[in-house]
Design a protein around this ligand. Structure first.
Ligand SMILES: C[S@@+](CC[C@H](N)C(=O)[O-])C[C@H]1O[C@@H](n2cnc3c(N)ncnc32)[C@H](O)[C@@H]1O
Length: 256
């Protein structure tokens, strides 16, 4: 009943997601939960439903990619971004910032709000994700109450409009600064010349070989002296082997 190899191949051809690079135990547990929830008896049955039911396919994709996020996630990291990283890169020529695995954009909007406080905007604020539905929400900039945790009253008042039904809309000024683009970290080419790349709470789902391969690719995409920021469960064990120095908790800098 549970032929995981067959499922991986089916998901790759139907959804374009290569589960070979994701941690197997974690993914299998998640997929099995999905089977239980939808009374599906086997991986083959799941593949049949994915083939025939577009709505099921979209929901399963969202479930699989786990797009939980919130504004200013890990506030101590954001304190260091504000105090150390943004002042440093603001001295660079036409800086570029990339939030990879951006989900609905909470991370890149948090960065944009910090920059707006100094009335400073880089050349590019890029947010990418594999999940187009999440990117679309980021582009629309309208958030549910559950997605607004982490925001102080000051930021809510300054950068959001209350839509009257609990949802909040982010300011047009911030919205138009950000480019939301679909991108699969496992197979698409990476842009280069970044001063700051954030890839947080994405690596946890990948195998350690994939994590290493992607770390090397991110470093290639950074300018010398550029910063790379990971999630709290994703510390890089041997930063020097990737030409990185550890600057502070979760924050690394590419050697000059
Ligand atoms: C838990 S969220 C993290 C969001 C945000 N970075 C944060 O820390 O709050 C993980 C995101 O990674 C995205 N993701 C998973 N696999 C990906 C891949 N192969 N390429 C690009 N994004 C991917 C998911 O769609 C999801 O939005």
């Amino acid at each position: 009943m549970h032929n995981y190899e067959g499922l991986k191949n089916g998901i790759k051809s139907q959804l374009g997601i290569d589960l070979h690079s994701y941690k197997e135990q974690q993914m299998r547990r998640r997929i099995n939960q999905w089977l239980d929830r939808h009374s599906l008896k086997s991986y083959n049955q799941l593949l049949d439903v994915l083939r025939s039911d577009e709505e099921h396919r979209a929901k399963f994709l969202q479930y699989l990619t786990i797009n939980t996020s919130n504004f200013f996630r890990d506030s101590s990291v954001f304190t260091n971004i504000e105090k150390q990283v943004l002042p440093a890169i603001s001295t660079h020529n036409r800086p570029k910032i990339w939030s990879a695995g951006a989900s609905f954009g909470a991370e890149i909007y948090s960065i944009a709000m910090l920059l707006a406080e100094y009335n400073y905007f880089p050349q590019l604020l890029l947010a990418t994700d594999i999940d187009e539905a999440m990117l679309e929400q980021g582009r629309n900039g309208i958030f549910q109450p559950s997605q607004l945790t982490g925001l102080t009253q000051k930021y809510l008042e300054k950068y959001f409009t209350d839509l009257g039904d609990g949802r909040m809309a982010i300011s047009e000024e911030l919205k138009r600064r950000i480019v939301f683009q679909q991108h699969d970290l496992l197979k698409d080419p990476y842009q280069t010349g970044f001063d700051l790349i954030l890839c947080r709470n994405v690596f946890i789902y990948f195998t350690s070989e994939t994590q290493k391969r992607l770390t090397a690719r991110f470093v290639q995409s950074l300018k010398p002296g550029g910063y790379f920021i990971v999630g709290s469960a994703e510390q890089i064990v041997d930063p020097a082997s990737f030409q990185l120095d550890r600057v502070s908790y979760c924050i690394y800098q590419k050697k000059l």
